[in-house]
Write a protein that binds this ligand. Sequence first.
Ligand code: ATP
Ligand code: MG
Length: 186
Amino acid sequence: MPSVPEPQDTGLLRLFFALPCPPEQTAAICQWRAGQALPGRPVPEANLHLTLAFLGAQPASLLPELYRLAQTVHCPAFELRLEHLDSLGHGFICLRPSRTPVALDQLATLLREALFEHGLVLPDSRTFVPHLTLTRQAPQHLHGQAPLFAWPVTHFGLYQSYNDAEGVHYRELASWPLRPPTPAPI
Ligand code: ATP
Ligand code: MG
């Protein structure tokens, strides 16, 4: 097991809000990916996620404020349906939804607005583009259909990213539930 720095032991933490990929879908995605010979370096199985907002290096003393702020974000749960293979940025090969769920957009927007209202300037101010990275440093672009990987998104989390000799690891610091869907009237 890698040793995880405790927040109070480090001056700055590299933080991001994200949706974790559940174990069942992680296994299915990685099994499919193994047969695809995708270009680039595969993202480790334990690291599959969908970033909502990247905060960059922040003081550990900010954590209580981030926890409070995340609690104010109220969004409905939704189904995430990833079914497209796309190249993004510099050599990222990703799974993407063909249509961004309204609730996902709302979650990312509310979170980013809350961060902004608390005076946090995000390192990346670009429009939110939902994606789950499969490989990095791919020398060529890919666009196409993938099998449908879908799951109910019931919570979001705050993660610390840190590196050790084995590479990058993400540690979930806290997570918050999304609102369960209201049952349809009978
Ligand atoms: P490494 O950078 O060590 O190779 P990584 O990219 O997985 O590994 P981080 O850079 O800490 O780890 O990134 C954590 C998450 O935040 C990833 O989803 C990454 O794509 C996203 N991210 C990182 N930097 C930025 C940025 N400048 N703007 C937007 N998102 C970012
Ligand atoms: Mg990075």
